[in-house]
Ligand binder design. Structure first.
Ligand SMILES: *Cc1c(COP(=O)(O)O)cnc(C)c1O
Length: 404
């Protein structure tokens, strides 16, 4: 077993060697511009792109013409939200999203607020899921878009997407979902889920970085987007710019592998995820699971280790690559806004760890990480007066201390 151990698969995934293999010829012999219509070089590149378009579409139940290639999910989210906002401005100026969305959605919405759009940020329940009644009540005759992510990148919860889609369809409002964490991990079908627009990125499903896609529905309803990039009119005018052919081929191959292997892979990852949880719970008390356990990605676990300080915890497991419940914004360590939206206090949010298990992890690694955490947390708690007080039955909420 090699260290460091990578358990940060929500942040990015290792490129699958089979994906690299598929990409390589498009760096070398098939180097043409896929928009060159007059020669072999262009045709070969175009063939690679069109094969990938079908592979992406097949994974999500779409048709190839509904797939627009982009530089990744940040761009896809921007194009979806700003593209709808501009295209449907005459119909209305109201957008609904959720408090736990990725920054690429939240910051895009904030930007639109500055130019006169109104945005509703739905809160989430303690389990991280939105309240469908609140969504229904938030929709007005000025609402043009609902954008709620499929699965959350910090806590791994899966939103009730099919229900959201049904509500939007019934009210005649377009539904965009950031599908980054779900596509390739759990079955996603844009028709069953009544999704109109969906963002995807390759590097979260064992493909290369810097390439992604946007699904844009063509029928019932036909979605139109105002382009955010003007130029040669590529991608049916929605996204100009010479195509990243090797990247697109990689995204396609990554999707094809996921489609073939998802059922089996998700069982394997869920087994490892549950093994990690069981081992930690056998060795430690005062653990808190963040986010719904039932509506969850199979490879995803987010746990708060109460009574230990987040930074000491991470330092104690420095040969394990994970993410903590803290976000480095400017100079200060802020608790994650996602965990805060679930109602967690600052301390418990800081002591949280996100585990993202992936295709290349092994049970041996899981056991190593579990043993290491039990060891480190036990040691840190031996030094913690708070843990001692809690064990003695003192109600800590009634103790006052100086905040830091
Ligand atoms: C990683 C991520 C993004 C950003 O994707 P990029 O391709 O890196 O721009 C957007 N949304 C979610 C949920 C993500 O996890």
């Amino acid at each position: 077993m090699k260290t460091p151990i990578y358990l940060d698969n929500h942040a990015t995934t290792q490129l699958d060697p089979r994906v690299l293999e598929a990409m390589l010829p498009y760096f070398t012999e098939h180097f043409g511009n896929s928009a060159s219509r007059n020669h072999e070089f262009g045709w070969a590149a175009e063939q690679g792109v069109e094969k990938a378009r079908k592979q992406v579409a097949d994974l999500i139940g779409a048709t190839p013409k509904e797939i627009i290639f982009t530089s990744g999910a940040t761009e896809s989210n921007n194009l979806a939200i700003k593209g709808v906002a501009e295209m449907y401005a005459e119909k209305g100026n109201h957008i609904i999203t959720a408090a736990t969305e990725h920054k690429a959605v939240l910051d895009t919405c904030k930007k639109l607020e500055k130019s006169g759009y109104r945005v509703t940020y739905l809160p989430v329940k303690g389990d991280g899921l939105i309240d469908l009644d609140m969504l229904r009540e938030a929709i007005t005759d000025k609402t043009i878009l609902v954008t709620v992510m499929y699965a959350n990148n910090e806590i791994g919860v899966i939103q009730p997407v099919a229900e959201i889609g049904a509500i939007c369809r019934e009210r005649g409002v377009l539904f965009h979902t950031d599908g980054v964490q779900a596509v390739g991990k759990v079955p996603v079908d844009v028709n069953k889920d009544k999704i109109d627009i969906m963002s995807i990125t390759a590097h979260k499903l064992y493909g290369p970085k810097g390439v992604g896609a946007l699904y844009v529905r063509r029928k019932n309803p036909r979605v139109q987007l105002t382009a955010q990039m003007d130029g040669g009119g590529h991608e049916r005018g929605m996204r100009s710019g010479t195509m990243n052919v090797p990247g697109i081929v990689g995204l396609g191959e990554a999707c094809a592998i996921c489609q073939r292997e998802m059922a089996e892979e998700s069982k394997k990852l869920q087994g490892m995820r549950d093994r990690l949880r069981t081992r930690l719970e056998a060795g430690l008390d005062e653990l808190y699971l963040n986010g719904s356990w039932e509506h969850r990605l199979p490879h995803s676990l987010n746990i708060s280790f109460a009574y230990v300080e987040g930074e000491s915890l991470l330092m104690g497991i420095n040969d394990v690559a994970v993410s903590s419940g803290s976000a480095c914004t400017s100079a200060t360590l802020e608790p994650s806004y996602v965990l805060k939206a679930l109602g967690l206090g600052d301390d418990i949010a800081h002591s949280s760890i996100r585990f993202g298990i992936g295709r290349f992890n092994t049970n041996e690694e899981i056991d190593y990480v579990a043993d290491k955490l039990i060891n480190v947390v036990t040691k840190l708690r031996e030094l913690s007066p708070l843990y001692e007080m809690a064990k003695e039955g003192i109600d800590l909420s009634k103790v006052s201390w100086v905040n830091h």
